[in-house]
Ligand binder design. Structure first.
Ligand code: TGC
Ligand code: FAD
Length: 388
């Protein structure tokens, strides 16, 4: 018996390996037993359940597809399945894992020195330390190439100065991956909490991704040694390459949120009667449910093929963009439809679709907005970049 109502109309999970299905079941069980019971209270309080972080590490969910000291080194497809199962619970949970793995561990594994890898990867993989990724600035979101944070050499050190905004895990992080403009282009640094001049502050008033920490990084003439620089990271290509990993996980994660909305709406429509009949017996309600299931099934097939391609070494940016753009939009539409089927009950925290709907508005914006991904795919197929 599945632990949650499964949504897999085309039996796509049957094509997963035994190992992939075993990981799926472990994550699904964790989300059902340990995360679901607490998610709404964290959403209401605007907090991330930080006490679950060591469990995420114990289960091998932090940096799952990364190879390095103490890292699980699993396939990209398994990483995708993990993101899907986590986001059935909440986009904030998947966000935490995306940032820790794809945006902090991945750049350290890819661009970091051997010493940085030895020091940080085991800490981050076990959840003993938390990381964040500072690319976006108050005046530079879709256009990170315009960043104003600077890195100025001073003897053997670097002086970092600037602000990063909308940073997931900012207030929780022990270490921040900070991107700054240096003498020869964009550079990456590992800035530890406690470094003089470095501080963080929460963003208040969010109505989306409330069970996730979002904040600001302030770098006020922060002095770091050259050993804090990611030596392999050169130019804007370095931070943008990290995004490919995270966007891939989001494409999978959005499917999980959509599945949870569909399963909730289907169950509710079967149990709720109006005009002496279950809601699910009305043609208009069936039309909504079938529409949701159709779009979910197409997105499931898309992500599975994307995972297989990535495991085969194909890592083309526009393929990931198409999947992130499609699947997040699809999930948002499903959340709205599910919320609608639940009627007034859909606007309370008793049911998940309203929470998913609010979360997915952020997911649509971060990691490249829906429209930026339109332009990335558009540039690929027409040969005309239309960003500026
Ligand atoms: P452009 O001139 O196109 O590119 C500069 C250099 O970068 C290369 N490049 C990439 N490399 C690897 N992967 C990618 N996805 C890449 N995109 C571009 C490019 O080939 C070039 O290399 P080189 O060697 O020739 O210099 O740059 P542009 O300034 O025109 O901008 C292009 C654009 C708009 C696509 C890009 O800047 C972009 O993707 N903007 C969106 C910004 C974004 O996604 N920010 C995300 C911040 S992190 C976040 O949101 C985390 S949320 C986490 C959570 O909670 O889950
Ligand atoms: P803008 O870039 O100002 O865009 C506003 C609107 O204009 C959008 O609709 C956009 O599509 C459109 N637009 C922009 N440029 C063009 C164009 N050329 N053509 C057509 N339309 C255009 N960033 C990090 O670095 N690290 C994080 O951990 C992180 N976490 C986040 C968590 C949350 C909850 C949120 C909401 C954001 C997070 N971000 C993070 C920031 C996120 O990546 C940015 O919000 C995103 O890249 C968009 O930037 P912006 O908000 O400045 O919007």
């Amino acid at each position: 018996m599945p632990l949650l109502p499964d949504v897999d109309f085309y039996r796509l999970d049957a094509t997963l390996s035994d190992e992939e299905r075993a990981v799926r079941d472990v994550v699904r069980d964790f989300v059902t037993r340990e995360f679901r019971p607490v998610v709404q209270e964290h959403f209401d309080a605007g907090t991330f359940p930080v006490d679950l972080v060591p469990r995420l590490g114990e289960l091998g969910l932090l940096g799952a597809s990364i190879t390095g000291p103490s890292c699980p080194g699993l396939s990209h497809t398994i990483y995708g399945v993990i993101c899907r199962e986590l986001e059935r619970g909440d986009s904030g949970l998947r966000s935490f894992v995306s940032v820790q793995g794809s945006l902090v561990m991945w750049p350290i594994a890819t661009y970091g020195s051997a010493e940085q890898q030895r020091r940080w990867l085991p800490e981050l993989a076990t959840g003993r330390s938390i990381g964040c990724f500072g690319l976006t600035e108050p005046d530079h979101g879709s256009d990170p190439g315009g960043m104003e944070t600077t890195a100025v050499p001073d003897g053997q050190d670097w002086i970092l100065h600037g602000n990063k905004l909308w940073i997931t895990n900012a207030d929780l992080a022990d270490v921040a991956v900070v991107w700054a403009r240096g003498p020869e282009g964009v550079m990456g640094f590992l800035v530890e909490r406690g470094t003089p001049g470095f501080s963080t502050a929460p963003v208040h008033g969010k109505w989306s991704l409330r069970a996730s920490d979002t904040g600001e990084l302030v770098l006020d003439e922060v002095r770091v040694p050259d050993s804090a620089r990611l030596p392999g990271a050169r130019g804007l290509r370095a931070p943008l390459s990290c995004l490919n990993e995270a966007r891939y996980g989001i494409a999978w994660g959005a499917v999980g949120a959509a599945c949870d909305c569909f399963a909730t709406a289907l169950e509710y429509a079967g149990a709720r009667t109006q005009f002496s009949r279950p809601l699910s017996s009305f043609q208009l309600v069936q039309d909504k449910l079938v529409g949701m299931l159709t779009e979910i099934t197409k997105a499931q097939a898309l992500t599975l093929q994307l995972g297989r391609l990535k495991d085969a070494g194909v890592n083309e940016v526009p393929l990931v963009s198409l999947a992130k753009r499609n699947n997040v939009d699809m999930a948002l539409q499903c959340a709205r439809q599910a919320r609608d089927i639940l009627g007034a009950a859909g606007v309370t925290g008793e049911f998940s679709p309203g929470r998913h709907m609010a979360n997915l508005e952020s997911v649509r914006t971060y990691e490249g907005t829906h429209d930026i991904h339109t332009l990335i795919v558009g540039a690929e197929i027409t040969g005309h970049p239309a960003f500026r």
